[in-house]
Ligand binder design. Structure first.
Ligand SMILES: Cc1cc2nc3c(=O)[nH]c(=O)nc-3n(C[C@H](O)[C@H](O)[C@H](O)COP(=O)(O)OP(=O)(O)OC[C@H]3O[C@@H](n4cnc5c(N)ncnc54)[C@H](O)[C@@H]3O)c2cc1C
Length: 498
């Protein structure tokens, strides 16, 4: 005889960046809601992702500024050292506060129950958690993603680190080898170099962060070289030997064998959705070839009473995309809305220093779209604020559709790039021509103040259609911004955060 305490209006599986918020909205409407979490409330972002890495990035930057203080005319009376235990303690305090706030908030919602354990479908409405079975009229999957571990001989014996386990280190690796030169790998590489480790990044592709345009990869490679980070691209790791403290990684670099020695290895080669073990076949939920849950534009899976939100649906790989998934589902279910994922404009930051702020299309995507594209560019060396700070690496680049005058995308690699990008994405959401932003007055001296100037010097994008190179003038098109936005959204493949 089923217990009525095991019957819920809604069950959320996984407490990442959308599930808890959706659960709370449903509970506030008086629904009986269960949140099932197998590890920690807050998921990756709070415990193993954005929040701990950004606290560590802040500590690493403090070390870097202190070591380079003379550049700003400041004298430090002695060598700069980093207390890794204190760095970790600061990170733990900030993470624990956030997780604690979430625990307290959810515990205070009378119709919401948090169930600790791993959920597995028994049938389309029933989940088993340990020996308990719970049923839900509606089920929301927010199970996130996990690091991919390659099949590499010797890797397990080398007791490799992942983006999760490296957060527990209280020691400084003497030489950290980072397998993977994409978003997550680069953040850790620069961070540990600044803490004082020797760092080698090994990337299979012929350049770093291949989802970005080649000039951005090159600029980041230059920044890394300037900090003494060794980058080996076009290199396939073939085996690992040794254990922490004394490791050797064999590489195939364009057919030639090479060995890299180090003390620790961090595996940051990608992330995969957390779907294995969920028993989705028992519920009839369809997965795509890469294991992501297939959903429609409103995040409903192949089973009408089951939704998938966050990284597990493959439509985003960020905290803000997961949170937006919550807002879409909540608006449609509770507020009579008609919101869709395809209305979202891609945006993200990469928290190297200087950071990379990105929205909409890359230049490669804009070219591939077949549009007539204009580009405005300015190196950070010509941005007053960057010169005043003596941190002039990077550039501002903005892409515009020559016909509709809509902004198609932008890349700001440079100080405050992760913040300044928002004035561009807001204009894209406003669906107005770029000239609105070109005529806006921004405060001096900021990085953002250069954005109107960059838009005042648009040139044809090399490799975009012939007509624009021949200098055909602008033809304002009503609603052109909307078209560009849809283009930017539809043509976009969410980057993995690695
Ligand atoms: C090192 C790192 C840095 C990052 N930095 C950023 C950043 O700066 N900005 C940004 O936007 N994004 C960043 N991300 C990505 C970001 O953390 C995720 O996109 C974000 O957490 C959204 O995830 P989610 O809501 O899909 O689920 P998650 O946060 O991954 O949570 C899923 C939860 O589901 C639980 N779970 C899984 N399976 C089950 C099951 N069967 N039963 C019960 N519970 C289950 C898991 O334990 C987990 O707690 C980073 C990621 C990493 C790894």
């Amino acid at each position: 005889m089923p217990d009525s305490r095991d019957s819920f209006d809604a069950i959320v599986v996984g407490a990442g960046q959308s599930g808890p918020f959706l659960a709370a909205r449903l509970a506030e409407r008086g629904q009986r809601v269960a949140v099932i979490e197998k590890r920690w409330l807050g998921g990756t972002c709070v415990n193993d992702g954005c929040m701990p890495t950004k606290t560590l990035v802040a500590s690493a930057r403090a070390a870097w500024v202190a070591r380079n203080a003379a550049r700003w005319g400041v004298t430090i009376g002695g060598p700069v050292s980093v207390d890794m235990a204190a760095v970790k303690a600061r990170k733990d305090r900030i993470v624990n506060e956030s997780r604690g706030n979430l625990v307290t908030w959810l515990a205070g919602l009378p119709t919401l129950e948090v169930i600790e354990g791993e959920a597995r479908f028994v049938d389309a409405h029933t989940l088993a958690v340990g020996s308990r079975q719970v049923t839900g009229a509606r089920i929301f999957l927010n199970t996130g993603a996990r690091p991919v571990i390659p099949q590499l001989p010797g890797l397990s014996d080398a007791r490799y680190l992942t983006s999760e386990s490296i957060m527990d280190l209280e020691i400084l690796p003497s030489h950290l080898i980072v397998l993977g030169g994409s978003y997550i790998g680069l953040e850790f590489a620069q961070m540990y170099r600044r803490f004082g480790s020797a760092v080698t990044v090994i990337e299979r592709a012929d350049r770093l962060i291949t989802r970005e345009d080649p000039d951005i990869s090159a600029e980041i490679a230059t920044i890394f070289a300037g900090e003494g980070i060794d980058v080996i691209c076009g290199a396939e790791a073939t085996s690992v030997a040794g254990a922490p403290g004394d490791l050797r990684i064999e590489l195939d670099v364009g057919g030639a064998k090479r060995t890299v020695a180090g003390s620790h290895v961090l595996v940051a080669v990608g992330r995969a959705p957390f779907t294995a073990g969920l028993g989705l076949e028992a519920a009839g939920v369809t997965l795509d070839a890469r294991g992501y849950v297939v959903t429609d534009d409103k995040l409903v899976t192949s089973v009408p009473h089951i939704w998938a939100l966050g990284d597990v649906n493959g439509k985003g790989a960020f905290t803000h995309t997961s949170y937006d998934d919550f807002q879409i589902v909540a608006a449609n279910l509770l507020d009579g809305g008609n919101r869709r994922v395809s209305e979202r404009i891609p945006i993200y930051g990469v928290y190297t220093d200087p950071p990379l702020g990105r929205c909409g299309m890359t230049a490669a995507e804009a070219r591939a779209s077949g549009r007539r594209v204009l580009i405005g560019k300015r190196p950070m060396t010509r941005v007053g604020r960057a010169r005043e700070r003596d941190e002039v690496a990077g550039s501002i680049q903005i892409l515009v559709d020559a016909d509709s005058r809509a902004i198609l995308g932008a890349t700001i690699l440079g100080i405050e790039g992760d913040e300044a990008i928002h004035s561009i994405v807001d204009i894209m959401y406003a669906d107005v021509p770029y000239t609105v932003l070109e005529r806006a007055v921004h405060a001096h001296p900021t990085v953002s103040e250069l954005i109107p100037t960059v838009l005042g010097s648009l040139q044809p994008l090399e490799g975009a259609t012939e007509a624009v190179r021949r200098g055909v003038g602008f033809v304002p098109v009503e609603g052109g911004g909307e078209a560009a936005r849809r283009g930017a959204g539809v043509g976009f493949t969410p980057p993995s955060t690695t």
